[in-house]
Design a protein around this ligand. Structure first.
Ligand code: PRP
Ligand code: ZN
Length: 286
């Protein structure tokens, strides 16, 4: 049988949808989502294992899976022997210390000798050590946010994404310990055949990521402004220029980066560009 790369993905929770969407954007067809523990892709040599996110680093380390999509927060906390290969651009969140709203705890200095509930004892221990604060760490594996209300702890250290969990539990953040997003991790000793499959997956992941960071731009410009407009639009090589039916006007096509998008659009307008169209890019292969 031909080799397949075994990828571990969160079974359910914050990263499930993003992970499945990313595989789909990479053109990998997986039927039957999370009802199964293990699913084979139809058109790519990959097998998807649906697991608890907390277990993914260990399974990848122990070669139960070859690679995994998992939060950086979990990778750091579990501290296993795996390689973090790249960031995946979804599942952004932060690990924060939060305290009851309107309580007497206001800053991390107030946490001295207090009890903090968390599922991240390792990261929290290191952080408190670094800040020279001795507090009691109470490790719990889920529903950390209710700990202060039921008298189990004075504060919590947990993941915050939209912030709605903190809000509903009348908690407020006082300190961010770590910013996190989903990353691709790999076993340290992949067989050569699996390395090749991983390379081909990474090529697709990177094309999807680049496409998300860039937009395709079409605009009309008077010919005497083309020089300055082309300088504003570097494009992949250089912008494409096509003559318009209207005399002395051209259509300019290019790609611009999301990060300076509005800035560039404003300058284009100021320099005579008209009818600017901005179109999302599905894949970008350079
Ligand atoms: C985290 C965290 C909170 C929630 C915060 O759980 O434990 O419950 O997400 O999100 P919000 O700010 O959008 O409300 P996670 O998805 O990591 O699940 P797990 O702890 O079960 O792995
Ligand atoms: Zn988890």
């Amino acid at each position: 049988m031909k080799e397949r790369l075994r990828i571990a993905v969160q079974k359910s929770g914050r990263l499930y949808d993003g992970s499945m969407k990313l595989l789909k954007e990479c053109g990998i067809e997986i039927s039957n989502g999370n009802n199964h523990l293990r699913v084979t892709a139809n058109n790519f040599p990959i097998e998807v294992f649906f697991l608890r996110d907390d277990d993914i680093p260990e399974y990848v380390q122990d070669s139960v899976a070859d690679i995994g999509f998992v939060g950086e927060n979990v990778v750091q906390e579990k501290n296993k022997e795996v390689d973090t290969i790249e960031k995946l651009g979804f599942g952004k969140c932060r690990l924060s210390i939060a305290v009851p709203k309107n309580g007497e705890l206001r800053s991390i200095a107030d946490l001295r000798d207090k009890k903090i509930a968390t599922s991240y004892p390792l990261i929290l221990t290191n952080y408190l050590k670094e800040k020279n604060i001795s507090a009691l760490i109470h490790e719990i594996s889920g529903s950390v946010e209710i700990a202060p209300k039921i008298g189990l702890a004075d504060a919590i250290c947990d993941l915050v994404s939209s912030g709605s969990t903190l809000f509903t539990n009348e908690l407020t953040e006082i300190e961010t310990i770590l910013n996190s997003e989903a990353v691709l991790i790999s076993n340290k000793k992949l067989a050569d055949e699996k390395k090749l499959i991983l390379e081909s997956l990474q090529f697709r992941l990177q094309s999807v990521k680049k496409a998300k960071n860039n937009k395709y731009v079409l605009l009309n410009a008077p010919n005497d402004k083309l020089d300055i407009i082309c300088k504003l639009l570097p494009g992949m090589k250089s912008p494409t220029i096509l003559p318009l039916a209207e005399k002395n006007w051209s259509s300019v096509h290019s790609v611009i980066n999301e990060s300076d998008f509005w800035n560039v659009i404003e300058q284009l307008k100021q320099n005579g560009a008209q009818g600017i169209l901005v179109i999302p890019i599905e894949k970008m292969i350079i």
